[in-house]
Design a protein around this ligand. Structure first.
Ligand code: NAI
Length: 345
């Protein structure tokens, strides 16, 4: 099984080589992203392996199909970058539904603590032997209210961590999992209540048409003054310009962003020698109360190993058994992991 691997970074190769060799899957690594111009590179391959910022639109899918590529193995959970409807009947689309919810939830907490305890400021000061504490006053998380939107794998780990800090959790999910409710400590509410009562709001839902710009000017207007916005899910859940305006007006107290709406041409690359063309991102990064990391929440050794192991297993399943439980199935307007093995028409 020969797989063209797009958007390769040095940290991808060791685990993919290890699991690939064990199962007879051969990867050819391309540094370029998959898009309309690069799809041709998949000529002669059985499948392609893509990541979050690769473009898998109708044109790319048609090109891959023409080239005889059978499988699109996503090495991530989210699939908002794939035209699922168009892929139906042309490509088996496989994903890694969970690789380490701990990695993402722990990174979210790392960002929150960094922000509210001003660790990013203190680190730079003490490097310069400036041991002044002025301007570093933070606040306790204990007793504060956190609104968690999306209570799937990552959201639940994040909720457990917040409970450990003694925070009150208000949860919202399109499909609530009532078993996680815990008296006053964790309860499901409507989105309005999350906006009105939360000191911190953290996003852990997928990006869909419904959740696009979930945090927009209107939502921010309804939030408490000083609210902290955490987004380690997908950039377009937040209207970045509305967020910037709310930071400037002091409505938002801080924002921690591991993802950004227009990240695809910027994140994962060293742009330090370039003029930053994206004024919104540049202005956000210039703010003392905004912390941006470049989609690194997943990046732990455990997650990388799990991603490679599951991706290779997915490829083996589909080629050797003709079905894979992690195949995304577009049927009657629904996309879900396939339980029947009949995704392909
Ligand atoms: P999951 O599928 O386990 O949970 C997602 C939850 O969102 C589900 O409970 C679902 O019911 C809920 N949901 C769906 N539509 C919703 C809506 N309209 N409103 C509210 N909730 C809704 O997914 P998981 O593993 O927890 O991942 C969550 C998100 O985290 C992914 O979609 C992905 O975008 C992001 N992610 C980010 C990473 C990073 O490195 N920054 C790494 C991995 C995932």
């Amino acid at each position: 099984m020969k797989i063209a691997f797009f958007d390769t970074k040095p940290y991808d190769k060791p685990s993919f080589d290890k699991y690939g060799e064990q199962h007879g899957v051969e990867f050819k690594y391309f540094e370029t992203k998959l898009n309309e111009d690069t799809a041709e590179l998949a000529h002669g391959f059985d499948g392609v392996c893509a990541f979050v910022n690769d473009t898998v639109n109708a044109e790319v899918i048609d090109k891959l199909h023409e080239l005889g590529v059978k499988v699109l193995a996503l090495r991530c959970a989210g699939f908002n970058n794939v035209d699922m409807k168009h892929a139906y009947g042309k490509l088996h689309v496989l994903r890694v539904p969970a690789y380490s919810p701990y990695a993402v939830a722990e990174h979210t907490i790392a960002l929150l603590l960094t922000s509210i305890r001003r660790i990013h400021k203190a680190y730079i000061r003490s490097k310069d032997f400036n041991f002044s504490l002025s301007g570093l006053t933070g606040f306790d998380l204990h007793g504060k209210t956190v609104g968690v939107i999306g209570t799937g794998r990552i959201g639940r780990v994040f909720i457990d961590i917040c409970k450990g800090f003694g925070m009150k959790v208000l949860a919202y999910d399109k499909f609530p999992a009532k078993e996680i409710e815990d008296g006053d400590r964790v309860r499901y509410v409507e989105l309005d209540e999350i906006f009105e009562k939360s000191d911190v709001i953290s996003l852990h839902c997928p990006l869909t048409d419904e959740t696009h710009h979930l945090i927009d000017a209107n939502a921010l207007e309804r939030c408490k003054k000083g609210v902290i916005i955490l987004n380690t899910s997908r950039g377009a859940l937040v209207d970045a310009e509305a967020l910037l305006a709310a930071i400037k007006s002091r409505k938002v107290g801080a924002a921690c962003l591991d993802v950004y709406e227009e990240e695809s041409d910027l994140f994962f690359e060293d742009n330090s020698g370039h003029i930053m063309e994206d004024d919104t991102l540049a202005r956000l990064i210039s703010m003392p109360n905004v912390i941006v990391t470049s989609h690194q929440a997943f990046l732990t050794e455990e997650a990388l190993s799990n991603i490679a192991e599951t991706t290779v297993q997915n490829i083996v399943d589909i080629f050797e058994r003709g079905q894979c439980p992690n195949e995304l199935c577009y049927r009657a307007g629904n996309t879900e992991d396939c339980k029947s093995g009949k995704c392909f028409g």
